[in-house]
Each structure stands twice: as C-alpha cells, then as structure tokens.
Design a protein around this ligand. Structure first.
Ligand code: 73E
Length: 833
C-alpha cells in the first residue's frame, strides 16, 4: 500500500508533470521537444513536433496505466489474455487524445504555438502489425476491453516489418518494406527484464525426478529469447488502461557466451542475426506453402513467451498454479496461437510436475477459440515432420491429447471409424499433418464464430462432428468495431452533429444511444446538416486523392467505395464488371436514369496471389480509360487508393455514400468494414453474407440494398454443378463486358493480359461472379433511383447510423465477457477526484 506521503508526492508529480490543462500541455510539448528530441521550436521538423506531442500525450496516460496495474494486482482481478498473431492498431495519437478527453485542449495548446495538430497527427506512421479484419478486430477488442473496464493483456509479436506498403506502378501493385520503427516508437516501453527463453529442435528424454517418478523433458537444440515491449491501450470514459505486450526475438545470452567465448566472433554475430529474423516480418495471408517454417516458429515463439509470462504473473500474484484458469482466460484469435494448448500442457507437466489430469483440467478451462474463416486454404495444418524437427515435445503432447480424445469419440460413437478419422488431430495421407483447428477445439471449452451465419456454418459444416459431440461448446459472438476510432477520430464533423442532435455524447460509450437520432430523421434541418457533413468529408477525400494519385474526384457525384483486402471471394471483379457496364451504356448514350458516380477501391493483395494482383491491374486499367475519356468523364470516374491501411481507411469511411459488401454468400465470415461504413452513414449494397445479414436486420431491410444468391443456394448450385459459361452465353451484356476486357481496350491492345481472369470466370468462376452479375446490376439501378431523391437517401443514411449501435465492439466484448470468459469489470478509480 502507498503511504500517505508517497501518494501526495505522486499526486504532485502528476499535477506538475502531466496536468490536463492547456498550459500544462503546452509547456510539456516544448519540454519534450527539447529534452527528448533535442530541438527547439525554430528548427524542429514536423516529425520532431509529432514526437513531442506523442510523448506529451503518453506522459498523461502513464499515471492511469500505473494505477490500473496497481488496482489489478491488489484485487487479484481475473484477466483476459488475448492471443493474436496480428494487431492492426492504426495511429495512436489522435485516438489516445480522444480517450484521454483532451483533443480540444491539445489542439488549442498546439495552435497557440503555431503548430497544426492535424498535421502532427498526419506525421504518425501506423503500426501495421496485421493483414486485415482479423488484426483490426484484435485492436478494436483491446480498446473496448479497456473501455468496458475489463482487465486484459493482449499478447502478440513485435514485427519489425509490418504489412508491406503498397505502391501502384503502371497499374500494378508493388510492395515496399514497412520499416515502421525507423524513426522510433514513442508509444512502447521496452521491458528488457521481462524476457523468456524459447526452445526449438533437439529431442525429448525421460528422467527420474526427486520422488523417483519417471518424467519427460525436452532438450532443445537451440534457444531464442523473447523480450517484452509494452504499449498502453486506453479506454474511453474509464480510467482503465490495458496492456499490449509484444515480443521481440533476440539471441539468447547463453548463445552469446558460448560463441563469443570460443572465439567465433562472426559465427556469434550471425547466430544473433538469425535469432532476430524470427520477429522480423509479418506474414501476409494467402501466401503459398514455401517458407512457412518461419511462420510456425513465429507462432510458437508468441505462444511460449506469452504462456511463460502468464505463469510468471500468476506465481507472483496469486501463487500455486491450480487456480490458473480462475486468474486467466485465454482467447485464441484463430488457430495461429493454437499451439498454446500444447505449450501450457508442457509447462504444467514438465516444469511444474503436474499429472496429465491436473494439467488438462487447467488447460481446457483456460482456453477459448474464435474461428474467423471457413475457406479451406486458410485452415492451418502443419506437417508432422516439421513438428518432429522443431517441436518434438509438443508433438508427443499432441499425440497424447489425440489418443485420449479419440478414445472419447470411440466410446460415444461405437464403431464409427470414419468419424474418428475425420476428427483426429492428425490428418493421415500422403503426408501426415497436424490440424490446428482440431487442436484448438479440443483444447478449448468455448468455440465461437464471428457472425450469426458464420457461427451456424461453423457448427453445421466445418466442425459438424465436434458440435455433435459437444454442442454446448459452440457460440456466436458477432464482431463489432470501436466507434471512438471509426466515428469520433475519423469523422469529427459527424460526431459533433450526432452529439448536438442527441443533446449529449453518451453514445460514444453506449452506441445504442444513437437511436436518439431516429425521432429527428425527418427534420429538414438535420438532413441538411447531415448532407453538409458528408459533402465536407467527400471534399477532404477528393483533396487527398488528388495529391496522392493525381486523380480528380467530383464531390458532386456518388462516392461508391469498396475497400478491403483484394480476394476473389470478395469479388472486386464483380464491381469492375458493373463499371464496364456503366462505361458501355454511357458510350452507347443510354444514360437514362444513371447517376454520376465515383468508384473508389482500396486494398492490398497478398504478394504471392497472382489473381488478386491481376484484379488490381484491371481496376487501374479500367480507371485509366474511363478517367481519360471526356465522353464518360462527367458520369463516372474510377480511383484506386494506394496503401489502404487504418489511417487511409479513416479517410474513406466518412466520405463513402455507398458501401460495397458483395462477397459470395457463405464466404465472408463477418466483415467489419461493412460496420465502419454504415456507422459513417454509407448505405450498403450487399449479399446475405457474414454480418451483412445482421446489419440489414438492424437498419431495416428497406434501408439496405440486397442482391445475390443465398448461402444455401450457393451450396445447391455447387452440388448440382455450376456452369458459368451458360451465363456468359445467355446474357449479352455480360458477354459484351467480358469481351471488352479481352478486346485490349483497357490494356493498350494486349488481348492476353486479363485472360487468366476472364477465362477463370467463364470456365470455373469459383465465387459465382457470373451467377450474381445480373442481380447486382439490377440492384445498382435501384441504388441510382434512390440516390436521385436526396431527401430519401439522407433519411436512409440517418437511419443506418441511428440503428447501428449493436455493432460496437463494446457490445461484442460484453458478450464475450458474459458468455465466454465469465469475467466482469474491474473499475480503476480516478484518485485525482
Ligand atoms: O470476415 C473476416 C472477419 O471479419 C475474416 O475474413 C477475417 O477475420 C475478420 C474478423 O473476424 C479473417 N482473417 C483471416 N481469417 N479470417 C486470416 C487468416 C490467415 C491469416 C491472417 C488472417
């Protein structure tokens, strides 16, 4: 406990060092500029100023952080550990200012010094430690956990290079390294003393312990160290700060000693470098098999450091490990950290001398698993041979888990050996492989999908056998996104309008309160201001796009946006076919009923995914022709926003009027961009896929543009045989659109360039683009009709926002807390009051 003396000192320190007044912020900004950046105002670069602002903000959140840690320690608070290979955090500064409640203060302080806060915010390079939705979800969840006052630690990897930066050259995607740490990262605090050894390779051996019991242990061939780097995650409207702990790989000290002492200086340096490659780079998804060994190593590295850290924390605070599952609940973000199941078993068995039953009881009570995809290529399996080589002890443990588990299956389903084979943790075949999803399901007491339809399909298809064995284990928690970042930070004008209309800003932490907008939906004053807010965001985006790409957008036209990873199942090429159709209609003078539109795309393709990269080229090829043809220019323009990331997303969501959510039904587990767009007043055109279904129910079917096959119809077609060429032959417009792409018009006469794409559509079309083409076009005509009535459109837009409250990540976190984690809030008190 603090003595009264130290408490007074502490309060004093807070007051003088981190006061929340404008003057205090201003003083510290200059102070940090001088003492941390070693600069004075006149010579400071914009980056110096950003760093000073970041440190000044960080200073103001440290008191809360320390108080949170003290509270959680004193109360033995049950803690959520989120295990994720990815965190797509986005820039910290603006969001931390909002969550500290000092945006206006900081802005005023900077302005008086002649600095433009927005320009400083622009300077920040975001940590792109994720691929897309899965990593961004982890970031939203960390923020909502703090907002909901639930003690949490997010564990991940401190990749030195995050997701590549995307440049567009000659219409093609070009990947550039993301050296995000180059200029320093003011938000993290290194913890060199919190570090763990992680073994690889070697063999296992038996020995007798002090009680003469025969036990097993692993003698790894080499070790790497993981060092903790901590980043505070603030909540909104709460004093709670949670911890994001990312592991950096370093060479182990023992290696240092051995090699340097034997005189092999260069050998030692080489080994050091090799150890550090482990946390060097984030793997893009959809990458081919090759080079995957490093990925398994990364996964084990994450899992081993994190489980060792939890055990250390437990021994330091609570004591004996029997109560581990009462102190911690661990959420596995997909199967990437599923090895944690085997690692916790190993630590409890080999290091803490538990029996199998004791260890399994704890492990099984500790873990929960979220599945994020049904796509077969994303379901992880690892060759047994690789396990034998890298993780021999874990393989033994997995075999033993499997043996006991399959015994249970055999008892329940006598004589059903086919079922046993389907459920085994090991896939037999040409090459035996470990099925990580089965390990995650067997090792967890709760399994969930990320939207209603997805969770249903998880139970009915992917894990059907498991759901028959353990129906009570399966849940749904529909995803959500944080309104702090995606409305308050991204769209301050809209936030202000909402607050003024509702008469309060409680909606920011209780998003259902957006319903207070509904009674005002027909208010002409609100409608006018709503349109002005959208218009201003469109102008902002147009300005940015002009400067970034040279493309001029017309803010008078409808902004129709598809922004997400480029993937065939997301069907960016369906959108392109719509654009080509518009182009042809305009060329033929059929402009009746057409509304001027700007089509905006954003998204990265995995570097090894040829078809996705060709889709990017096609978009840019069509853009080039359309944007340079004065005959169509007044009607349509096409822009590809390079390097779609969190920061650029924050520019897009506020400006979008139409949100494209057009994946083939059954393929998009949830989607979260759909929620971000709708929260910013865009109307959705979408299929009955993922969370679209629930968004449509929430905002009302009359405020949503629906088209396309249902998941069930998709399955039926697949079973009865889908023949895309029949659509090609029977729909003259479709044929003419595909033929135009093949004509060379968009490729300077090259008739072969897009063949792989068009041939695939006509002959295979695995994502049924052609089957949904006609319905999509008809739906787009409906969009045009309604857009021509601005009052009606605005009304629908307001209703989308008013009814989107359910899709706050706060709601998702509360559901996890109640149904999955059995954990409650632990408020951190504001001792300044
Ligand atoms: O539908 C999205 C979902 O909204 C899904 O595709 C995505 O997760 C989002 C959040 O739940 C996702 N990402 C991955 N799998 N599903 C993935 C797979 C391998 C590597 C990286 C990410």
């Amino acid at each position: 406990m603090n003595s009264p003396d130290t408490t007074v000192q502490q309060a004093k320190r807070e007051h003088t060092r981190t006061g929340m007044s404008k003057d205090a912020f201003q003083r510290d900004l200059l102070d940090n500029l001088f003492y941390i950046q070693g600069r004075f105002r006149e010579v400071a670069t914009p980056h110096d100023l950003y760093m000073a602002a970041a440190y000044t903000t960080r200073d103001r959140l440290l008191a809360r952080w320390v108080k949170s840690a003290q509270t959680f320690k004193a109360t033995h608070a049950r803690t959520v550990c989120y295990l994720s290979a990815e965190y797509l955090l986005g820039p910290h500064l603006a969001s931390n200012l909002v969550n500290l409640g000092i945006t206006e203060t900081a802005r005023a302080a900077a302005e008086e010094l002649g600095m433009d806060m927005d320009a400083l915010i622009e300077e920040e390079e975001e940590p792109g430690l994720g691929n897309g939705g899965l990593g961004r979800l982890a970031a939203c969840f960390m923020e909502s956990l703090a907002t909901c006052q639930i003690p949490a630690i997010g564990y991940g990897i401190r990749y030195e290079f995050g997701i590549f930066k995307q440049a567009i050259e000659d219409g093609w995607q070009v990947e550039k390294g993301d050296n995000w740490l180059r200029n320093g990262n003011p938000w993290e605090i290194p913890r060199p003393k919190i570090s763990f050894a992680v073994g690889f390779g070697g063999h296992t051996e038996s020995y007798r312990d002090e009680r003469s019991q025969v036990r097993l242990r692993w003698q790894p061939a080499f070790e790497i160290r993981g060092v903790a780097y901590d980043t505070p995650i603030l909540g909104y409207g709460s004093q709670n700060v949670n911890l994001l702990r990312l592991w950096k790989a370093e060479a182990s000290e023992s290696l240092d000693l051995q090699a340097f002492n034997t005189g092999d200086y260069y050998g030692a340096v080489h080994a050091k470098i090799e150890a550090e490659t482990l946390s060097k780079v984030l793997y893009p998804n959809d990458e081919p098999e090759a080079g995957k060994e490093l990925r398994l190593k990364q996964q084990y590295f994450l899992v081993s450091c994190s489980m060792q850290d939890m055990i250390r924390l437990h021994l330091n605070t609570v004591g004996p490990l029997e109560g581990f599952a009462d102190k911690f609940t661990v959420q596995l973000n997909d199967t990437h950290p599923a090895l944690a199941v085997a690692e916790l078993m190993r630590l409890l068995l080999d290091r803490h001398a538990m029996t199998w039953e004791e260890a399994w009881g704890i492990t099984h009570k500790t873990f929960c698993y979220t599945n994020h995809t049904l796509l077969p290529e994303a379901l992880e399996t690892w060759p047994v041979s690789l396990f034998e080589r890298l993780l021999p002890r874990h393989l033994e443990i997995i075999y033993e888990i499997n043996r006991r588990f399959l015994d249970e299956v055999r008892m329940r389903f006598l004589g059903d050996e086919a079922r046993v084979r389907r459920m085994s943790l090991i896939a037999e075949g040409h090459e035996r492989r470990v099925r990580m999803a089965h390990l995650a399901v067997v090792g967890s007491h709760a399994v969930n999908g990320v939207a209603k339809l997805h969770s249903y399909l998880v139970k009915a298809m992917l894990f059907k056998d498991f759901a028959e064995l353990w129906p009570e284990r399966f849940h749904n928690v529909t995803n959500g996104v944080t309104p702090r970042r995606f409305v308050v930070v991204a769209n301050p004008r809209l936030a202000k309008l909402i607050t003024e209309t509702c008469g309060q800003d409680d909606w920011i932490r209780d998003l259902e309160q957006l319903r207070a907008l509904e009674p005002h939906v027909d208010d002409a004053g609100l409608q006018g201001r709503w349109q002005e807010v959208k218009r201003a965001a469109k102008q902002d985006l147009a300005q940015w796009m002009k400067q970034a790409t040279g493309i001029e957008l017309d803010p008078e036209s409808m902004f129709d946006v598809q922004a997400k990873r480029i993937h065939e199942y997301k069907r960016q090429h369906l959108k392109v076919l719509h654009i080509v159709r518009c182009y042809q209609r305009i060329k033929q003078g059929q402009v009746q009923g057409l509304v001027p539109r700007t089509f905006i795309f954003g998204g990265k393709a995995a570097p090894g995914y040829f078809m996705a990269k060709l889709i990017i080229k096609l978009i840019n090829a069509v853009a080039e022709v359309v944007n340079n043809d004065p005959q169509v220019n007044d009607w349509i323009r096409v822009a590809f926003m390079p390097d779609f990331n969190v920061k650029n997303g924050q520019r897009l969501y506020p400006a979008a009027e139409l949100s494209e959510q057009i994946s083939l039904a059954g393929k998009e587990a949830s989607g979260t961009g759909n929620m971000k767009f709708s929260m910013n007043g865009a109307l959705t055109i979408g299929t009955l896929d993922g969370a679209n279904i629930e968004i449509r129910e929430a905002v009302g079917p009359e405020n949503f543009f629906l088209f396309g096959l249902t998941a069930e119809e998709v399955l039926q077609r697949q079973m009865t045989g889908y023949r895309p060429w029949e659509y090609y032959q029977n729909d003259p417009e479709l044929k003419s659109d595909l033929d135009l792409i093949n004509s060379g018009l968009f490729s300077h006469g090259d008739t072969q360039l897009f063949r792989p794409l068009t041939d695939n559509l006509i002959n295979h079309d695995p994502f049924m683009v052609l089957a949904d083409y006609r319905a999509y076009l008809e739906c787009q005509e409906q969009v045009d009709r309604i857009y021509r009535d601005p009052e009606r459109w605005t009304r629908m837009s307001i209703l989308n926002v008013a009814r989107i409250g359910y899709f706050s990540s706060d709601r998702a976190i509360r559901e996890y807390a109640e149904r999955i984690w059995q954990v409650g809030p632990q408020p951190v008190l504001d001792t300044e009051h």
